[in-house]
Design a protein around this ligand. Sequence first.
Ligand code: NDP
Length: 285
Amino acid sequence: MAELLKGKPVADAMKAELIKKVESLKSKGLAPKLGIIRVGARPDDLFYEGGAKKTAAALGMDSEVFEYPEDIQQPAFEEAVIKVGQMKSVHGILMFSPLPKHLNEKKIRTLIPVEKDVDCLTTGGQAKIFTDDPTGFPPCTPTACMDMLHHFDIPIKGKKCVVVGRSLVVGKPLAMLLLREHGTVTICHSRTENLPEVCKNADILIAAVGKAKMIKGNFVKPGQIVIDVGINPDPQNPGKYCGDVDFAEVEPVVQKISPVPAGVGSVTTWVLCKQTIMACEMQNS
Ligand code: NDP
């Protein structure tokens, strides 16, 4: 049976450390605050927003939701985002994406100040990740994966790390973070040939595909570490979620595996708050 890499102990350890940081900032008269920009009311956004607010409150941090109607027009929304960006009391900004189709999201992202870009939405923020600039904030999910690996003392240096998925939100930045820590990184995608063999060759296999249970028993071998980033409706269990990894097939084979739910997903809002606290520290240093 594989060791389960659960998110809760990672979040708990982070919580203890972050509470101290918030207290220390407060003693200097600083109150770290997360600003959440939301257009409309998509259930997924509301769910994540609720989690982020709860996490911030647990840390003694402030958070504020800036909510706009689904039909807000480009000029009004640009003005609103600029205003939030200029608020001295807001240190980190999360903007839910995708925005409604009639809005020019590419342009709006540029209006978020890079120093407040705690979920790596701007090209400036992305550039920092790809150039190993320590003042940049990677997207929360790849950071959560790295925090999981660190927490469970999983060595990265020199190890074969295979990332399945090349999105700007997960796959690519995660590959950069693994590379930064001297992993030997392979990025796979929908055109990768012989995917099961490539995955089987990994020491650390990370699935960020967005396809329920795609990573099967024939993609893995004993001794591997598997991190499952996927969150998908479970085709076999309506109303439930599952990962990109077929847990029933993979878990009996590998050494360690993160479950879904209760794995990476339970760490992301803590990372969001951690990065907001870091942003607050940097903006006031
Ligand atoms: P995207 O849809 O943006 O990217 C999916 C990637 O998987 C693409 O690079 C795509 O390749 C690749 N892919 C798709 N099908 C295959 C295939 N058959 N074989 C190999 N590669 C394939 O998804 P995201 O990166 O945004 O999200 C990935 C997963 O992570 C999703 O399940 C999502 O729900 C979850 N997620 C979880 C979060 C968390 O906090 N736990 C947060 C964000 C996402 P190509 O580029 O060639 O199309």
